[in-house]
Each structure stands twice: as C-alpha cells, then as structure tokens.
Design a protein around this ligand. Structure first.
Ligand SMILES: Cc1cc2nc3c(=O)[nH]c(=O)nc-3n(C[C@H](O)[C@H](O)[C@H](O)COP(=O)(O)OP(=O)(O)OC[C@H]3O[C@@H](n4cnc5c(N)ncnc54)[C@H](O)[C@@H]3O)c2cc1C
Length: 285
C-alpha cells in the first residue's frame, strides 16, 4: 500500500475498493469454525485496511494513472530474447523487436522469459539450472472462484450454524454467477532469478500465494519490482552517466534476488500454513 500511495494511486484505489468486514471459516458441515477479525485488525493496527477489487479494475486504475501510456504494448508477446554484448533484443509476436539494456521478466507463472533465461543460463553455465528447479512448482490445491453482480440481500441472511442456509447461499451465488473458474494454485520459489541481462520477478519466480486468502502474491510481485528497480537505479547512478555493464547489472540482480528470495520463502511457509488451516487438512473436532 505504501508503494501504491507513493505512486499516487491511493485515492483511486480507496474509492474503487469494496470493504470486507468478515472472514468466515466453516467446516464441511457448514458449522462456523471462526469469524476472523483480520480485516478490522489490519485497519486498526496499520492505519490502512485491505482494499479488495477485481484484478481488471486494479489494472485499469494503474493504467489510467500512467503519465505516459505510449510505451505500453499489448498483443505483442515476447517470443525470444537475444543477449548481445552490450544490450538485449526482445523479439515480439507482432514481428517487431525492442532493444534495451536489460529485461525484467514479469510474465506470470507460465513465463516465457523464465524459459529463455534458463536456456541462456544452460548455455553459459551448463548444469546451473537443474530439472529439479524447472519442475519445482507444485500444485496441491485448487480453488473455485465465482463472480456475481452485487447481491444486496446477501449480507442479511442468517447463516449462524445452519448448513442448509449455507448450502442455499452457495447455490444462489452459483446461479447468479457471471464468471466461474477452477484455478490451480501452484506453489514454489525458484532458486535462480537472473542470468546475463535478464532478471525475473512476480509469479515467474515465486508462486507463493498457495491459498489466495493470504493475499500476498500480487503484493509480493509489486514489492519485488520496486526492490529490483531500486538496486538497478543504484547501479545506474554508480556509472555516472554511462550505461551499466553486464557485470554491474548482474550484481544489482543478485542483491535483489538474495533480499527477496529469503523473504518469499518465509511467505511461502506462511501461506502453506494458511492453506492447511482453510482446507481443514489439520483440523479435528
Ligand atoms: C484466485 C486468486 C486470488 C488472488 N488474490 C490475491 C490477492 O488478494 N492479493 C494479492 O496480492 N495476490 C492475489 N493473488 C495472486 C496474484 O494474482 C498474483 O500473484 C499476481 O497476479 C502475480 O503477478 P505477475 O505480474 O507476476 O503475474 P500475472 O498477474 O500472471 O501477469 C503476467 C502478465 O504477463 C503477460 N504475459 C504472459 N506471457 C507473456 C509473454 N510471453 N509476453 C508478454 N507478456 C506475457 C500475461 O498476459 C499477464 O498480463 C491471487 C491469485 C489467485 C489465483
């Protein structure tokens, strides 16, 4: 939130968010296990609460706030990256190329940039990226996500301890859905986040949200980008007007990786714990 505040997005996000007050956890019979005060406590303890909204809305707000939109390219997937002596050249699916000093790959859990980085690493340091790392993302959980229009009477239902009322509620939400999908929840933190002039961030290297209720994946991705950019900025400043060398970039990427990777491993552990709690893996009455 501090990052989004510094970028000037806080007001727009505050007014778009739909507040949540309760976090109800029930067992398989519908019986209430706990009503978590998390949302209110975060607001009370940190002065800022959770800001829930749809991802598309979030991206639109970020896009609307950009001072210059001309460098945003859509429908132009990265298909290849050539690492040259002093630059990189990204080949895009619309047959164009982009040239620059480095690539910060944030193309999600099925990242092409990560595969390209792995191929490069294998060429320059054979054996560095092992099959174990390439197959390290595990999927132990899936989640059903439903979106409905606003249902004003939803909050007035008394579910108390009644499983039938809960079943009716879920059935009602299902009937009124305008979108539903089952999403695989991969988990894992990669061991290698950079090679040459390519570095990676977000779900590409840390799919640590396991259970989305922890709400940490996107937040960690935003924090990761800022950490990476801060180290790159320092490397650029140190060159006093020249472009940073591959070695200087590599050193900046390495510092970013070691700072973030440890943190993300901790988050992964925490999200595992939350996932077990929410899926009753360790629950007994
Ligand atoms: C159900 C659910 C709920 C969640 N809730 C929360 C939450 O409340 N809070 C939170 O912080 N996190 C949450 N997360 C996690 C969060 O969505 C992710 O961690 C976050 O989106 C990761 O961002 P990213 O930019 O790394 O990847 P993505 O959001 O996956 O973005 C990757 C982008 O790269 C593009 N792309 C892919 N391949 C290419 C290519 N070859 N060339 C160019 N572009 C490409 C894609 O089109 C996409 O736009 C949730 C996740 C799920 C599944």
């Amino acid at each position: 939130m501090r990052i989004l505040h510094q970028l000037g997005y806080e007001d727009a996000l505050q007014s778009a968010a739909i507040p949540i007050c309760n976090f109800l956890c029930r067992d398989l019979t519908g019986c209430l296990i706990h009503n978590n005060a998390l949302y209110n406590l975060v607001q009370k303890n940190h002065g800022r609460g959770f800001l829930p909204f749809e991802r598309q809305e979030f991206l639109q707000i970020l896009y609307d706030g950009l001072p210059d939109k001309s460098y945003i390219r859509t429908n132009a997937r990265v298909e290849g990256i050539a690492q040259l002596q002093n630059s990189v050249e990204a080949k895009l699916s619309d047959s164009s190329t982009e040239t620059g000093d480095m690539v910060l790959g944030c193309d999600g859990v099925h990242s092409s940039t990560r595969s390209i980085m792995w191929d490069f690493a294998t060429r320059v340091s054979p054996g560095l990226i092992q099959v174990k790392e390439k197959t390290s993302l595990k999927t132990s959980w899936k989640t059903l996500v439903l979106m409905t229009p606003t249902i004003p009477e939803l909050g007035e239902r008394d579910l108390s301890e009644d499983a039938q009322a809960l079943a009716d509620l879920v059935a009602d939400i299902w009937r009124r859905r305008n979108r539903a999908s089952v999403i695989a929840l991969q988990e894992g933190v990669m061991e290698h986040w950079h090679r040459g002039r390519i570095t990676l961030t977000g779900d590409t290297v840390h799919k640590a949200q396991v259970h989305p209720n922890l709400a940490f994946g996107g937040n960690s991705a935003i924090g990761g980008v800022v950490t990476a950019i801060n180290h790159i900025q320092r490397a650029v400043e140190a060159t006093r007007g020249c472009r940073p060398s591959s070695m200087a970039l590599s050193a900046a990427f390495a510092t970013y990786e070691s700072e973030q990777r440890q943190r993300l491993k901790g988050i992964l552990e925490m999200s595992n714990w939350v996932a077990k709690m929410h899926t009753y893996v360790t629950y007994s009455r």
